[in-house]
Design a protein around this ligand. Sequence first.
Ligand SMILES: [Zn+2]
Length: 143
Amino acid sequence: MHEVSIAYGILEDLQRETKRHGVCQVSRVHVKIGSLREVVPKDVAFAFDVASQGTVAEGAELNIRVVPARGRCDECEIDFDVQTDTSRFGFQCPQCRRIGAELISGKELEIVLIRGTCKDGKPKSRPSEWPRERQAAGYFSLG
Ligand SMILES: [Zn+2]
C-alpha cells in the first residue's frame, strides 16, 4: 500500500534526524506532502502509528499538510493549478496550451518540524546545538 511506504519513509527520515540531534522521544512531527502523491492523510497517520511502535516516534502526533500542485508557464509568466500528474509529458499551460510547463509544487514529501524531548522529559540538546538553518526553518523545537 502506497500510504504504508510513505509512512515508513517519514519514519526513516525521522529516526536519522533524531539520532543525529540527540532527540530520544518525538512528541510531534509536521510533514508536507504534495497533492500529486495522492495520499489519504488519515491512512498515512494510521500506518505511521503502527510503523512507529517501539521507535523514537512511538505515540508521536503526525501532522500532515497537503500542498496543492502548481505549475508555471515561462512563456505566459503565470502559475496555475495542476490537477493530475502528467509529469512524463510536462504540464499544460491553461492559457497558451503549451505542454511542458514546469511543476513548482505538488510532489513534496518532507519533514518541516520535529518536536521532541529526552526520555527523562528534558531536552537532550539545546536548540542552539541544533543546526542553525534548521532552527530558522522551524525544523526543531522543544517540548
Ligand atoms: Zn502559457
